[in-house]
Write a protein of this length. Structure first.
Length: 541
C-alpha cells in the first residue's frame, strides 16, 4: 500500500471538509433596540449619524459586571466611560455595523468622540456619533442598514419613529423597509467563500443589506424603488476582523449554514427562545412561578441551539463514525459533553464574576482562551484518530493499512474475528480488551474537547442571574439548556452510528469490500474531526 497516496487522499478529504466548514455564529447573544439620527450638513448632504443603542437586560448585566469600582452598588456613566471608549475602538473596526450609501457607493465613518454609556432600569444605553469621512448628497435612494452580518448582535428598530432626520432639506423623508430574502446570486457567492475568509468582507455585507431590514431616505422627487443588487461587492477580498465589540463572550464558530429556508427558521427559533428565556429569568425577580416557564424555555433553547451550527455535534458525530462504537457510548458521550459544558459555564462565572469580580471584557478574553484550548484538543484528537487509522496504532485497528489490504485481497479475516464480538442484536463492535484503555482515554478527550468551551449564551444568562440575586435559577436554566443540547447531539450521534452499522449489515460483515468501505468511512470521520479542529483553531486566533 502506497502511504503517500493514502495521505494525499486524507489531505484531499480534509480540504473538502474545510471548504464546507467556515466559521459562523449560530444565533445572536446581544439584542439592541436602536435609534438613529441622520445628520445633514448645510449643503443638504449626509454628514454623519448619531446612534442610540439600548441593550437587553441580560447582556446589560454582563456589560456592567465588575465596573462598580466605588462599591456604591450603582454603575455610573463615569464608571462606564472606559468601556464606552473601548467599544468605540471595536465598533470602528466593524464599521459601526453601519452600511450607508447609494447603490455601490458606501460611506466611511469615523468615531465622533462623544460616546457615552448609561445604565438605567437594568439596561445599558450607548450613544455615539459616527462622522462621515466624506459627506454624501442624497440624489436618489439613500440606504442605511444597521446590522451585524454574522448575526452575533441583533439590532432592531421598533418603527420609523426611531429614525430622525436632522437639518435635512424639507423635501427629505425616511421609511423603514422590512427584511427581504437574500439575493440568490449573493447567497451562492457568499457560501462559495473559502475557509480563509474568517469574517464577511464589508462590501459583501453591503450587498446583503436589506436582508435584516433597512432605512431608506429620499429627497425631492427621487424614486423609492430599490436598485439592482450590488453583486460585484462579493468579489472583494476579505480581511480577518478583530474581537467582537461590547466585550461579549467569544462567538461560537460552527458550520456556515444558509440563513434561509429551514436553517433560517431554525435561527429565528434560537433567537426567539433565547429572548424569551432571558425575559422569563428577569420576571423571576417578582414572580417565582416564572421558573417553570424558564425551565421549559431553557430546555427547548438547548435543543434548537444544538441543532444549529456548532462544534459539539460535528466532533461527536465524526468521532463515533471514526470508531466502531456502541450506540450507548455515542449517547453517553453526548450527555457527558453537554453536562460538562454547563458545569464549565457555572464554575467559570462563579470564579470569574462571583469571586474575582472580573469585568465583562476580561471574562470574554478568558472565555476565548478556553475556547482556543478546546479547539486545540479537537485538532489533536483528530490528528491521533487519523494517524491511528492509517498506521493501526492504539489497538483498534488490527495491523496497518498494508496488512488490511492483504486481508481484503486474500479474503482472510480470521484475526479480525478473533477480536470481534457480536451483540445479541447482530451488531459488530470492536471493543477488545486491549483497546479498552485507549478507548476510554479517547472518550475523555472527546468530552473535554467539546465540553471545555462554555456556551456564550449560558455565560450571559449566569452573569445576569448573579446580578439579580437569582443564581440558583440561572444554574438550573443552564443545566436544562445542557439537557436539551444533549438530546439533539445524541440523536445526531445515533444517526452516525446507525449509518455505519447499516452499511455493515447491507454488505455483510465478512465481505472484504464492506470492510474496506467501512474503513474509509471511519477514516473520513477521523479527517472530519481533524479538519474541523484545525479550522476552529485558526478562526479563534
Amino acid at each position: 500500500m502506497d502511504f503517500g497516496s493514502v495521505w494525499r487522499r486524507v489531505i484531499g478529504a480534509a480540504a473538502i471538509l474545510l471548504a464546507l466548514a467556515v466559521p459562523a455564529t449560530a444565533h445572536p447573544h446581544i439584542f439592541i433596540d436602536a435609534k438613529v439620527a441622520v445628520v445633514f450638513d448645510a449643503s443638504g448632504a449626509v454628514a454623519g449619524l448619531r446612534h442610540a443603542w439600548t441593550f437587553d437586560t441580560a447582556f446589560s448585566a454582563w456589560m456592567v459586571q465588575g465596573l462598580d469600582t466605588n462599591g456604591d452598588r450603582e454603575t455610573s456613566p463615569d464608571e462606564l466611560q472606559e468601556l464606552a471608549d473601548e467599544n468605540m475602538v471595536g465598533l470602528a473596526d466593524y464599521g459601526f455595523y453601519t452600511y450607508a450609501g447609494e447603490g455601490d457607493a458606501l460611506m466611511a465613518f469615523t468615531p465622533g468622540g462623544d460616546q457615552r454609556m448609561v445604565y438605567q432600569d437594568g439596561r445599558v444605553t450607548l450613544t455615539y456619533s459616527a462622522d462621515a469621512v466624506t459627506s454624501m448628497p442624497v440624489s436618489g435612494r439613500f440606504e442605511l442598514a444597521v446590522y451585524d452580518p454574522e448575526y452575533y448582535v441583533a439590532i432592531g428598530f421598533a418603527g420609523v419613529g426611531d429614525v430622525t432626520l436632522e437639518n435635512a432639506p424639507a423635501s427629505c423623508s425616511a421609511l423603514l423597509e422590512p427584511p427581504k430574502p437574500m439575493d440568490p446570486d449573493v447567497e451562492e457567492r457568499l457560501y462559495a467563500l473559502g475557509p480563509e475568509v474568517l469574517e464577511l468582507p464589508p462590501d459583501l455585507a453591503a450587498a446583503m443589506r436589506g436582508t435584516q431590514g433597512m432605512i431608506v431616505v429620499t429627497c425631492g422627487d427621487a424614486p423609492v424603488a430599490a436598485p439592482a443588487s450590488a453583486l460585484e461587492a462579493v468579489n472583494q477580498v476579505a480581511e480577518a476582523r478583530p474581537t467582537t465589540p461590547f466585550g461579549g463572550p467569544p462567538p461560537e464558530p460552527g458550520l456556515n449554514l444558509p440563513r434561509t429556508g429551514f436553517f433560517g427558521w431554525l435561527q429565528d427559533q434560537q433567537r426567539n427562545f433565547y429572548g424569551a428565556m432571558t425575559a422569563s429569568l428577569d420576571a423571576l425577580r417578582t414572580d417565582w412561578t416564572a421558573f417553570w416557564v424558564l425551565g421549559g424555555l431553557s430546555f427547548l433553547y438547548g435543543i434548537f441551539h444544538a441543532a444549529g451550527p456548532g462544534h459539539g455535534k460535528v466532533v461527536i458525530s465524526s468521532y463515533v463514525l471514526a470508531n466502531e462504537t456502541q450506540l450507548r457510548r455515542g449517547v453517553l458521550l453526548s450527555v457527558l459533553s453537554a453536562m460538562l459544558q454547563s458545569l464549565v459555564a457555572v464554575v467559570f462565572v462563579l470564579i470569574a464574576a462571583g469571586i474575582l469580580g472580573m469585568t465583562s471584557i476580561a471574562m470574554g478574553d478568558a472565555a476565548n482562551w478556553i475556547g482556543i484550548a478546546s479547539y486545540a484538543l479537537v485538532a489533536l484528537l483528530g490528528l491521533w484518530l487519523v494517524a491511528r487509522k492509517v498506521f493501526g496504532w492504539g489497538g483498534h485497528d488490527h495491523g496497518d493499512m498494508a496488512h488490511k489490504a492483504h486481508e481484503h485481497l486474500h479474503g482472510h479475516d480470521h484475526e479480525h474475528h478473533d477480536h470481534d464480538h457480536h451483540d445479541h442484536d447482530g451488531h459488530v463492535h470492536v471493543v477488545t480488551p486491549q483497546a479498552t484503555g485507549g478507548s476510554l482515554r479517547e472518550q475523555l478527550g472527546v468530552v473535554l474537547a467539546v465540553g471545555l468551551r462554555p456556551c456564550s449564551g449560558a455565560l450571559v444568562v449566569l452573569v445576569f442571574a448573579l446580578s439579580q440575586g437569582l443564581l440558583p435559577a440561572g444554574i438550573a436554566a443552564v443545566f436544562l439548556m445542557g439537557a436539551g443540547t444533549a438530546i439533539t447531539v445524541a440523536v445526531l450521534a445515533t444517526i452516525a452510528v446507525t449509518a455505519k452499522g447499516l452499511a455493515r449489515r447491507v454488505g455483510g460483515a465478512d465481505n472484504p469490500v464492506t470492510a474496506a468501505v467501512v474503513w474509509w468511512l471511519e477514516l473520513l470521520g477521523a479527517v472530519a474531526v481533524l479538519a474541523f479542529g484545525v479550522l476552529l483553531l485558526i478562526a479563534s486566533l
